[in-house]
Design a protein around this ligand. Structure first.
Ligand SMILES: [Zn+2]
Length: 279
């Protein structure tokens, strides 16, 4: 996770997003990363699941014959004192139960994944741009980029809180990507390139969901999404150049980068474009 935390063995950096959020599933607003210990427990527990779902498989019958004991009905058979792989699996499942997750409940309860938590911001991940761009959009959507207002909230000393592009208001994620005049010029250009009416966006969430509003086929929607995510990336990169390298903001550069990077990334990833190029 060091790429996300930005730290190295010798230096610790700010953790903008908590581990709890990072480890949530993507459709619940996280990155879908899972601690290895949890992965191992899940793999072990899956054998318990497999046993209940496929009781007539040969290995299941072997487990039954080795571990069933007359007169003592348990959810999964286990003969105390008998060591081996199955005992380790049962130990892992019991460990899960102690932390409140019962395999029995998971098997019985209907899959209710469709009931999404309303308070969670879920990003529609774009396969046409690199993962780093998606992660940056995800952080922006959660309001967890290290903008000046966020640094001030964390009591990290900075000389000024004003937006480095317009120098008119305090820098926040929403201002940088929607309210700032630099951002507005970028979105006007993006709308023009995509053949869309002018964007009226008030939050990063409006931007990362804008492609859902387009009445067109999925290919076009995905390409518009790629353009918007690329533009978010380029605005953030330009902002960092100004903050850390004292560069003067140059809107034509941002626009050129958005166009070039988006075309490059999409042509590398979109199978249809590759097919057309090969033909
Ligand atoms: Zn500004």
């Amino acid at each position: 996770m060091n790429f996300l935390w930005g730290g190295t063995e010798g230096a610790r950096k700010i953790h903008c997003v908590s581990k709890e959020v990072v480890c949530r599933r993507k459709d619940e607003g996280g990155l879908g990363l899972t601690p290895l210990k949890v992965v191992n427990t899940c793999f072990l527990a899956k054998w318990g699941w497999n046993y209940k779902k496929n009781p007539n498989k040969f290995w299941g019958k072997v487990v039954s014959s080795l571990h069933s004991s007359w007169g003592r009905e348990t959810f999964l058979p286990i003969k105390n004192g008998r060591r081996g792989v199955w005992s380790n699996i049962i130990k892992a499942i019991k460990g899960m139960e102690e932390s409140g997750v019962r395999l029995e409940d998971l098997i019985m309860v209907e899959d209710n994944r469709s009931e999404r938590r309303m308070d969670v911001k879920v990003l529609d991940w774009c396969k046409l741009v690199p993962l780093k761009v998606n992660v940056m959009a995800w952080k922006a959507n959660l309001g967890r980029l290290a903008t000046k207002d966020a640094l001030m909230r964390r009591r990290i000393g900075i000389s000024s809180s004003e937006c480095v592009f317009c120098r008119e208001v305090d820098e926040s994620v929403e201002h940088l990507f929607t309210g700032c005049k630099v951002a507005m010029v970028v979105w006007q250009a993006v709308a023009r390139w995509c053949g869309l009416p002018k964007f009226f966006v008030f939050s990063v969430q409006d931007l990362v969901e804008a492609h859902f509003q387009i009445k067109s086929n999925i290919t076009r929607r995905k390409r518009v999404q790629a353009m918007i995510y690329t533009a978010l990336w380029c605005i953030w990169k330009e902002r960092n150049e100004v903050v850390f390298n004292n560069k003067v903001v140059a809107i034509p550069n941002i626009l050129c980068n958005v166009k070039c990077l988006c075309n490059f990334w999409v042509s590398c990833r979109d199978k249809e474009v590759i097919r057309m190029g090969a033909g």
